[in-house]
Structure formats: structure tokens, C-alpha cells
Ligand binder design. Structure first.
Ligand code: ZN
Length: 277
């Protein structure tokens, strides 16, 4: 497989999407992977649906025309109510794939994605899960909500409700298994704990112990993460290893596009910050 690009947490920034495709064309990249939180912030149903229809759909058409594969997934700020629309937009283009809960082969490699994250203080719980059964919930900023078509559903007792859902630990074991872990790439929106890839401003490390344990055991070639935009700036780390597995979390910044240019044959990775032209 040739060059690939990894971006994450673009949150509807159109220039960042444009710049990513531009760089992919410039470098003759074979593949762009988007690690989630693709749509605009704001939790407005109509705004996210419009972004999908009016921007992502034509953008994916350009990937198709350029012969560049695009594998992406929605994440915690992308409303679950729009998952069917995202799936149908991806489905229009043979080179575009929705990675959430799936395994998609590119050359000799298999990409496996998960868009669920360890619970956090924020109210939108569409993708939130207990990390494991002994999980201690962080302080909550209000009543939990779930997106439903055209609106919201309040969760009266989030911890009780979360207890009825599979944990991150359980969800990871339910993902499709790669034929050969040594060639597999996991795209997991939430970062693992313990590697400096999960550090918030102020220093709190909020990564997933279940994800760390899973990667330690499964030992894929590579894992790609996002979610904590500021972590590389705070911890100084965007890359780490767990045994034979390389883990990457490039973060995302307000004043530039954070993008990783990678080569799986040589396992070389470069993180670039590109300015808004
Ligand atoms: Zn996120």
C-alpha cells in the first residue's frame, strides 16, 4: 500500500477537508482515513444533515473521481440520528467506506473502526459507554441526551442506562476480527490510556484503559485515534508504542490542520500542521 493520510476531529471545517484532499492529490496518496467527529459542532440536526448532503457528498464524489479511497467514521459529536444518512452517502461511492463497526480491506491491510468512546462529562451520550464494568463515571454537566430523528430524548438516569449497554471493553471484542493482526489497522476514535495520547488541557488523562488492554493483547500493526484535540500540545506526544503496535493520535488544532502522512511498508509517520491558506 502507498502513502496514506490520517486526519481526525475536523468538526465540519471545510478548509481542513479541502486541504486534506489537496494534500492527498499532491502526494498521490492511496487512502485518506478520517478518525471521526466529522460534522460541524453545535448539535443542530439540520446543520449536520446539510453538511452531509451539501459538502461531504460532493467531496466524496471528488475522492471517487481522483481515485483516492476514503475511510471515515462518525464519532461522539456526530449525531447518531444521521448515521443512516452518512451510510447512504458513503454507499454512493465505491472508494468511500463507513468504517464504524466494520472491517474494510485496502491492499494487504484491514482497517477496523469503532466510533464509541469512554463516558465523559458532556450531555450528548449517543456514543458514550462505560469503559469496563468497574467504570467510575466522571462528574456530569447535566442530564444525558440521545439524538433521535428530528430531536432529542432525555435519559433520566444516565449511569443506570449506561449499565444496560455493552462497555468499551465488550464493544472492542465484538468488532470484526482481522485475518492477520500484524497487518491490521484499528481506527478507534477514543485514545488508549497511559501513553500520553489522552491528556486534556489542565493535565487530566482521560483515555481508555480497556482500549490499552485490547491493543496490548491484539497487537495490531497500527492504531489511529483522536478525540482529545489538545493532547499532543499538552503532553508533547502524538505517537507511542504498545509492544509491536504503533499508536497515533495527531490531535487537531484551531489554527492549523493536523495531518499524519504515513507509510505502512516502512512504518514511517510524519505529523504536519498546515496553515489555513
Ligand atoms: Zn471526539
Amino acid at each position: 500500500m502507498g502513502t496514506f493520510l490520517f486526519v481526525t476531529d475536523l468538526h465540519g471545517s471545510r478548509w481542513k477537508y479541502e486541504r486534506t484532499l489537496g494534500l492527498a492529490e499532491e502526494l498521490r496518496a492511496e487512502l485518506v482515513v478520517n478518525g471521526g467527529d466529522m460534522f460541524p459542532h453545535g448539535r443542530l440536526h439540520e446543520e449536520q444533515a446539510r453538511f452531509l448532503r451539501d459538502f461531504l457528498d460532493p467531496l466524496f464524489a471528488r475522492y471517487q473521481a481522483a481515485g483516492i479511497r476514503h475511510l471515515g467514521l462518525t464519532a461522539n459529536d456526530d449525531l447518531r440520528a444521521h448515521d443512516p444518512l452518512f451510510e447512504s452517502v458513503c454507499g454512493k461511492y465505491p472508494l468511500v467506506g463507513n468504517l464504524a463497526g466494520r472491517c474494510i480491506a485496502v491492499g494487504p491491510h484491514e482497517f477496523i473502526g469503532m466510533n464509541l468512546v469512554t463516558d465523559f462529562p458532556f450531555r450528548l451520550k449517543d456514543r458514550a459507554r462505560m469503559d469496563a464494568r468497574d467504570f467510575r463515571f466522571p462528574p456530569q454537566s447535566g442530564r444525558g441526551i440521545l439524538s433521535i430523528p428530528g430531536g432529542w430524548e432525555e435519559i433520566p438516569d444516565w449511569p443506570a442506562y449506561a449499565g444496560t449497554l455493552p462497555t468499551i471493553e465488550e464493544e472492542l471484542t465484538r468488532l470484526p476480527e482481522p485475518r492477520d493482526p500484524a497487518r491490521a489497522v484499528y481506527v478507534l476514535h477514543g485514545p488508549p490510556s497511559g501513553l500520553g495520547l489522552d491528556v486534556c488541557r489542565g493535565g487530566a488523562a482521560v483515555g481508555s484503559p480497556a482500549t490499552l488492554a485490547f491493543l496490548e493483547k491484539r497487537q495490531p500493526l497500527l492504531s489511529l485515534h483522536g478525540h482529545i484535540h489538545e493532547s499532543p500540545e499538552v503532553s508533547g506526544a502524538w505517537k507511542a508504542t504498545i509492544g509491536r503496535t504503533v499508536c497515533i493520535q495527531p490531535g487537531q488544532s484551531a489554527d492549523g490542520l493536523a495531518v499524519v502522512v504515513g507509510h505502512l511498508e516502512t512504518m514511517t509517520f510524519e505529523r504536519r500542521i498546515l496553515a489555513d491558506p
